[in-house]
Design a protein around this ligand. Structure first.
Ligand code: ADP
Ligand code: UDP
Length: 236
């Protein structure tokens, strides 16, 4: 079936069901708004398997997602949704752009999770926005912003516990949501959840197991991802 969209990490294909897309996970990796690029053998496989495991776990806890079915090593079937151009970032520990922006040292734990929004626009570098921006830009209503925040907090609570059982600390992550297009018109979790989109540190050693290995040239990028998958599989 036809290629609908090719992004930095995935491709979307139409299927013979107009409400369903095939999502292919690629081996390419990008960071810093695609200024840094590379390719890692098996990244697509690892991220597909990790996303599937996490989505199934979230579904089992009552979180509505776009997941339809597993296909093969690198493909999932997902409900076609209209992606909200609001990326939701949840932080439990200071890192990345938070530390850079406000000068709080990486690794500082938060008393309560921080939920923030950014405008999903590569052209503008995914800038930080708030509910007023989202409303004025027609990205989401106030009520929808609140819904995204609530859903993100639930997903965070569930994932913190799940990763903890695997010996991993969930530092922060980015998620996307979409409106279903099959007439049900609900907001579901979409896109992926993987070491590309989460920061995960080994609880014992503090070792980074996620895309920061690529961003910071720490080496062993796929070894980190493979270790995350193995831990999740052992736990599931
Ligand atoms: P990017 O677009 O940032 O380069 P990807 O390479 O991951 O990112 O591309 C996947 C694209 O598919 C993203 O833009 C994402 O918002 C979109 N997407 C994810 N899930 C769905 C879905 N269920 N329906 C439609 N689009 C989706
Ligand atoms: N993130 C992501 N895609 C983005 C921006 C961020 O998946 O376009 C993830 C990132 O991997 C991290 C979290 O969201 O787990 C918070 O990222 P941050 O804002 O600190 O930005 P970064 O350090 O990636 O610049």
């Amino acid at each position: 079936m036809g290629l609908l969209y090719e992004g930095k990490a995935k491709k979307l294909f139409t299927t013979d069901d107009s409400d369903v897309l095939r999502m292919e996970f690629k081996d390419e990796a990008t960071a810093f708004n695609a200024q840094k690029k590379s390719e890692f053998e098996d990244k697509g496989k690892l991220n597909k398997a990790i996303t599937l495991l996490i989505y199934k776990m979230l579904e089992s806890k009552g979180v509505g997602t776009h997941l339809v079915a597993d296909v093969d090593d690198i493909n999932l079937l997902v409900k076609k949704v209209d992606i909200l151009l609001v990326e939701v970032i949840v932080r439990n520990v200071a890192a990345g752009s938070f530390s850079k922006r406000v000068g709080v040292k990486e690794g500082t734990p938060f008393k309560q999770p921080i939920v923030e929004f950014s405008y999903k626009s590569d052209e503008h570098g995914d800038p930080l926005i708030n509910d007023d921006y989202a409303r004025e830009m027609g990205l989401a209503t106030y009520e929808e912003c609140e819904e995204l925040r609530q859903k993100a907090r639930v997903i965070n609570d569930v994932m913190i516990d799940f990763f903890k059982e695997c010996g991993l600390k969930l530092v922060d992550f980015k998620i996307e949501f979409g409106r279903t297009t099959d007439g049900s018109d609900i907001i579901v979790l979409a896109d992926e959840i993987s070491p590309d989109t989460c920061r995960l540190w080994d609880i014992e050693t503090g070792e980074k197991m996620d895309k920061d290995r690529f961003r910071e040239d720490l080496g062993g990028v796929m070894e980190g991802y493979a270790s995350v998958l193995k831990r999740l599989q052992d736990q599931a």
